[in-house]
Design a binder for this molecule. Structure first.
Ligand SMILES: *[C@@H]1O[C@H](CO)[C@@H](O)[C@H](O)[C@H]1NC(C)=O
Ligand SMILES: *[C@@H]1O[C@H](CO)[C@@H](O)[C@H](O)[C@H]1NC(C)=O
Ligand SMILES: *[C@@H]1O[C@H](CO)[C@@H](O)[C@H](O)[C@H]1NC(C)=O
Ligand SMILES: *[C@@H]1O[C@H](CO)[C@@H](O)[C@H](O)[C@H]1NC(C)=O
Ligand SMILES: *[C@@H]1O[C@H](CO)[C@@H](O)[C@H](O)[C@H]1NC(C)=O
Ligand SMILES: *[C@@H]1O[C@H](CO)[C@@H](O)[C@H](O)[C@H]1NC(C)=O
Ligand SMILES: *[C@@H]1O[C@H](CO)[C@@H](O)[C@H](O)[C@H]1NC(C)=O
Ligand SMILES: *[C@@H]1O[C@H](CO)[C@@H](O)[C@H](O)[C@H]1NC(C)=O
Ligand SMILES: *[C@@H]1O[C@H](CO)[C@@H](O)[C@H](O)[C@H]1NC(C)=O
Ligand SMILES: *[C@@H]1O[C@H](CO)[C@@H](O)[C@H](O)[C@H]1NC(C)=O
Ligand SMILES: *[C@@H]1O[C@H](CO)[C@@H](O)[C@H](O)[C@H]1NC(C)=O
Ligand SMILES: *[C@@H]1O[C@H](CO)[C@@H](O)[C@H](O)[C@H]1NC(C)=O
Length: 676
């Protein structure tokens, strides 16, 4: 096809001319001009707007623009662009706009009052920008407005009282701003309002106006993280379409009005972290659609109403951290959709109802820190979805039901601080997902089952303060993921098996106050992540092996054993150690380098057989407690101790220390205890 050179030149010019001087070649109509001059004002990259072409007749084909049949711009819709400009102010040509969306577009500045000119506007979304200033009251002249979204900006000032004039309004979302003032009672005029979300405006206060009861179309009321105070209005009961109430972390007080039970459409209620008092209204049992009920961290008293068992769709119930008493209603066995039951930190008593076994969807049972008595029902083993079981700090007695081994999905089993007796059932260690087992402070007896080695996910095993006997099973060495092992305060005997070196991830190892014998296990230095090691109060004997501890240890105690010989100077390579305790053994020599361990906070060497002089303390700026009593140390107290500016306790009693009274100790401002 032959080319017409004039055509080619013409299209070349139309492209190049606007680039040279965009104000010269506008062929576009005034609406396009207004849009282009706004585009000119933007400071961000505008590739997204590259088809905003001044030579077009109308802007109707431009990115983000929609026109009506008369080629008037009715929608301006731009999202997720880095425009770096302001909301357009010169809107006089764009009065045909019905919808403006400029969200996530890095806009700054304020919402221009000129917006009041857009009389046809029914949808405004300026969310997720950095807009400042107040919401202009002029916005309330836009009587056709149905939706206003100003989420995530830095808007200040109050919600304009004239908002009550916007009788077409259906959605108002203003959360994540810095609005203050009160919720105007004129919202009672908004008969079409469906959603109002103004949460995360820390300074928005006042009461919730009772006029809200006239917003009968309301489905969602969101006021979380505001400073609204006073009582929940009884008029909420008029809201038959209300599905969600989110008013947590505010200053609400008073009782939960029983009228809330009239809001039959309610699905989610969150009133947690307030100062609500009184009891949980029985009328909540009327809410057949209720799925989530969060009332935690209030000051609620009384019993949990058994009527809640009627809320058949309930999936999450959290009334933790209140002062609730009485029992867990048996009717909860009717909650067949229940996934999470959180009752911790109340004063709930009586037994765990066996009926809970009907709640087959349960993934989390948290009843910790109550006064629940009786035994753990073996029916709990029927809850095959269960992942988290918290029963700590109650008054439970009897055995740990071995049926728990049927809960194949359990990850955390926390039965600590009860009065449980009997053995640790070996079968629980077959649970392949089990990560945390907390059984401390019970009355468990018998041996630690060797099956523990099968529990390959085990990360934290704490059985401190029980009556366990027998050896530490060698199989424990199979637990490559084990991080925390606390067997202290039991009657465990035998040696520490060398297999423990298989627990490569161990950071915390506490075996204190048992009947452990044999030599100190060599090669603990292989466990490079170890930070805390407590072997105190056992029957470990022999001399102290060289190079036994990993470099990053922070706490080490071997006090109250039968070790003898020298403390090797290699101990001084533990640069990061804060607590070093060798007391009540038969050690004979103190390495002079101990005075150079700058991270030491606590050094206990008392009641040994240490000879020689007290080392010079050169680097001891963190040392708070130095106990050397009950040894054979001689010579004078080294004056270098004045370097230990944080020293609070200095005990050198029962040695052969002589010399004049160390008056220079007055230079240690923190010193509280001095025994010479
Ligand atoms: C506003 O835009 C119109 C064209 O759309 C223009 O004529 C007018 O000068 C502009 N006004 C200001 C103040 O920029
Ligand atoms: C621009 O907006 C995006 C999305 O909202 C945001 O992640 C980014 O931090 C903003 N950039 C600046 C400089 O504000
Ligand atoms: C708008 O609301 C204010 C205050 O609520 C009221 O005084 C005023 O009359 C209303 N204006 C119109 C036009 O309805
Ligand atoms: C609700 O509206 C009715 C009229 O529709 C009015 O009589 C009543 O006073 C209003 N109530 C509240 C609490 O605003
Ligand atoms: C209310 O709960 C339902 C079901 O749990 C959930 O799907 C919905 O998103 C919640 N509503 C709101 C507004 O968050
Ligand atoms: C709900 O639980 C109670 C107590 O366990 C029981 O008596 C009642 O029959 C149950 N109701 C339904 C509808 O399942
Ligand atoms: C138990 O609850 C009390 C007060 O409710 C609280 O002080 C304590 O820290 C809680 N204990 C545990 C282990 O959660
Ligand atoms: C529930 O557990 C009990 C006791 O462990 C058992 O006897 C019963 O067969 C179990 N029921 C179901 C349905 O698994
Ligand atoms: C354990 O048993 C002893 C003796 O039977 C009892 O005195 C003690 O209170 C029990 N401890 C716990 C935590 O129940
Ligand atoms: C569990 O551990 C025991 C003892 O270590 C072993 O005999 C048994 O085969 C293991 N069972 C499973 C299922 O791994
Ligand atoms: C040990 O810990 C590391 C990091 O915490 C983790 O990635 C790893 O899976 C753990 N288990 C083993 C066997 O190394
Ligand atoms: C302190 O004791 C050492 C050795 O036991 C001795 O050499 C020295 O003379 C004594 N000093 C004083 C002042 O008694």
């Amino acid at each position: 096809m032959p080319l017409n050179p004039w055509n080619t030149l013409f299209s070349f010019l139309t492209i190049i001319l606007p680039l040279l001087n965009p104000f010269v070649a506008f062929a576009v109509n005034p609406q396009g001009e207004a849009l282009l001059s706004w585009k000119q004002s933007l400071n961000g990259p505008t590739e997204a707007l590259s088809n905003w072409n001044p030579t077009d007749e109308t802007p109707c084909g431009w990115f983000g623009i929609t026109c009506n049949i008369n080629k008037e711009v009715v929608e301006l819709e731009l999202r997720y662009l880095s425009l770096y400009g302001t909301v357009p102010t010169n809107l006089s040509s764009l009065v045909s706009l019905t919808k403006v969306v400029l969200s996530s577009t890095n806009l700054t500045g304020s919402i221009p009052r000129e917006i009041a000119i857009l009389h046809e506007l029914n949808y405004l979304d300026l969310s997720d920008n950095a807009l400042t200033g107040e919401i202009p009251s002029e916005i309330c002249n836009l009587f056709k407005l149905q939706e206003i979204h100003l989420i995530s900006n830095q808007l200040e000032g109050s919600i304009p009282v004239q908002i009550g004039n916007l009788t077409s309004l259906k959605w108002v979302t203003l959360y994540y701003n810095q609005l203050s003032g009160e919720i105007p009672n004129t919202i009672g005029n908004l008969k079409n309002l469906q959603v109002i979300r103004v949460g995360w405006n820390k300074n928005l206060g006042g009461i919730i106006p009772r006029e809200i009861g006239n917003c009968t179309e309301l489905t969602m009321l969101g006021l979380t993280e505001t400073s609204v105070s006073g009582f929940l209005p009884l008029s909420l009961g008029f809201l038959k379409k209300l599905e969600t109430i989110y008013i947590s972390t505010t200053l609400l007080s008073g009782q939960i009005p029983p009228e809330i039970g009239d809001c039959i459409a309610l699905r989610n209620i969150s009133l947690s972290k307030n100062s609500l008092t009184g009891s949980i209204p029985k009328s909540l049992g009327n809410l057949k659609n209720l799925q989530k009920l969060f009332l935690w961290d209030n000051s609620l008293v009384g019993t949990i109403p058994s009527e809640l068992g009627n809320c058949k769709k309930l999936t999450v119930l959290d009334v933790s951290e209140n002062s609730l008493t009485g029992n867990i209603p048996q009717s909860f066995g009717n909650l067949s959709a229940l996934q999470e039951l959180h009752l911790q930190r109340n004063q709930i008593s009586d037994k765990i109802p066996a009926q809970l076994e009907n709640c087959k969807e349960l993934t989390c049972i948290d009843l910790g820190n109550n006064s629940i008595a009786g035994t753990i029902p073996s029916e709990i083993g029927n809850l095959t979805e269960l992942q988290l079981l918290f029963l700590y700090k109650n008054k439970l007695v009897g055995p740990i039901p071995s049926s728990i081994s049927k809960c194949q999905n359990v990850k955390i089993l926390d039965l600590a601080s009860n009065g449980l007796t009997g053995n640790i059932p070996p079968r629980i260690f077959q649970l392949k997902k089990l990560k945390i087992i907390q059984l401390f402070s019970n009355n468990l007896s018998g041996e630690i089952p060797e099956n523990i080695g099968n529990c390959s996910s085990l990360f934290w095993f704490e059985v401190r303060d029980n009556k366990l006997t027998g050896p530490i099973p060698r199989e424990i060495g199979n637990l490559e993921n084990l991080d925390i092992l606390d067997l202290s305060l039991n009657r465990i005997s035998g040696i520490v098996p060398a297999e423990i070196l298989g627990c490569r991830n161990l950071t915390y190892l506490s075996l204190n106050s048992n009947l452990i014998t044999g030599n100190f296990p060599g090669k603990l230095s292989c466990l490079v992540l170890l930070q805390f090691v407590d072997f105190s109060d056992n029957f470990i004997e022999g001399t102290w092996p060289l190079h036994v501890l990993p470099r990053h240890i922070a706490f080490f105690s071997i006090s109250r054993n039968n070790l003898s010989g020298e403390i090797p100077s290699s101990i001084c390579n533990l640069y990061f150690v804060n607590y070093l305790e060798f007391s009540h053994n038969h050690f004979s020599m103190i390495p002079p380098c101990l005075g150079n361990m700058s991270d030491l906070i606590n050094l206990e060497l008392q009641n040994n057989n240490l000879h020689g002089t007290i080392p010079k303390f050169v680097e001891c700026s963190n040392l708070k407690s130095l106990k050397l009593a009950g040894n054979q140390l001689e010579g004078s107290l080294p004056r270098s101790l004045v370097n230990c500016k944080k020293l609070e306790i200095l005990d050198v009693a029962n040695n052969k220390v002589n010399g004049t009274f160390p008056h220079w100790l007055v230079n240690l401002p923190e010193l509280r205890v001095l025994l010479l």
